[in-house]
Ligand binder design. Structure first.
Ligand code: GYE
Length: 311
């Protein structure tokens, strides 16, 4: 018995790397999938993952990072809820020689305060969504309402400016209302209700641009409850490519989405493995793909392909 115990103890003694993950929260289906995939990727690589859910609050994320530093973790993953206010805590991690990898959102701190950032070109996503609308309405007048992501977050800032770039010079397209829905379904629905009310029941709204699919799904519900037909009376374009938006597309309620992979941890752990091995410095930005999907792309097949990925 003792001998067996000793043998069984061997793998546990192989030095597992410990990684702290300062996650934002669970505001969207995309976020839930990112969390699930990070846990899976860690397990596959034998990494001991310590997880913190900040409930969308920066101060909780800062406290989590300080606690990870105190625990002496080998690296920290940070999905920063907003873009500003990270300098001090990132300096503390740097002083402790703990590499920080940013996931999916960006910070406005100096690049030497983190090892690398894994994410999409957030502004390009907005441009892709805007270009889809430009092509779709083909010169017809179009009054757009916009649901922004969390105020002060890099995706809210950049998905807005990217979309605006794409419609620039197309005077037929005008953003008539724009407000935050905080990346959640429930806020997306609420704010869309207020847009519909303010816009005469919605009859003159031509399109909704939502900074993520979850807000679009909430808004679709509001449009239906107002007696209008989402996808037809009001075009719907958003970002993420979560399973539910493909369902909505299959039902004719949504028109287009731009894909954001939830597997940010895979490239992050690859970069960390090389860094731990011999100090290899990764590129400062590891960019994931952004692909446009429309209702013409067999949305049910896309739904099936994603539904078990932890969304
Ligand atoms: O699109 C949204 C999530 O940070 C880019 O955050 C990410 C965004 C994602 O809540 O659904």
């Amino acid at each position: 018995l003792l001998a067996t115990a000793a043998i069984l103890a061997v793998p546990a003694m192989a030095a597992a790397q410990t990684v702290g993950f300062a996650q934002i929260g669970s505001e969207s289906g995309w976020r839930a999938a990112e969390t699930t995939l990070t846990r899976q990727q860690a397990e596959e690589r034998g990494i001991d993952l310590r997880f913190s859910d900040a409930q969308q609050r920066q101060e909780n994320q800062i406290a989590a990072i300080r606690s990870f530093i105190a625990q002496g973790v080998d690296a920290i993953l940070l999905a920063p809820v907003v873009a500003t206010g990270w300098d001090s805590v990132l300096e503390e991690a740097k002083d402790a020689e703990i590499p920080v990898v940013l996931l999916d959102r960006r910070v406005d701190s100096s690049e030497d305060l983190y090892l690398t950032a894994v994410g999409s070109d957030l502004e390009h996503e907005g441009e892709v969504a805007g270009q889809w609308l430009v092509d779709e309405v083909a010169g017809e007048d179009c009054r757009v309402v916009e649901l922004q992501g969390t105020t002060g977050s890099s995706p809210a800032i950049l998905r807005k400016s990217g979309f605006e770039k794409a419609i620039e010079g197309h005077d037929n397209i005008e953003i008539v209302r724009s407000q935050t829905g905080d990346f959640t379904r429930s806020r997306g629905k609420q704010v869309m209700e207020s847009f519909l009310q303010a816009e005469n029941g919605g009859a003159e709204i031509c399109a909704l641009y939502a900074h993520n699919d979850d807000m679009a799904v909430g808004a679709i519900q509001a449009i239906k409850e107002a007696g209008l037909n989402p996808g037809e009376d009001i075009l719907v374009v958003s970002i993420d490519a979560v399973p539910d938006i493909f369902k909505a597309m299959a039902e004719g309620d949504a028109n287009a989405t731009v894909e954001l992979t939830p597997n940010m941890a895979g490239p992050a752990f690859d970069a960390l493995a090389a860094y731990w091995k011999d100090g290899t410095q990764p590129a400062k930005f590891i960019q994931t793909e952004s692909k446009l999907y429309t209702a013409a792309d067999d949305p049910m097949a896309e739904y099936e392909a994603r539904k078990d990925l932890g969304y």
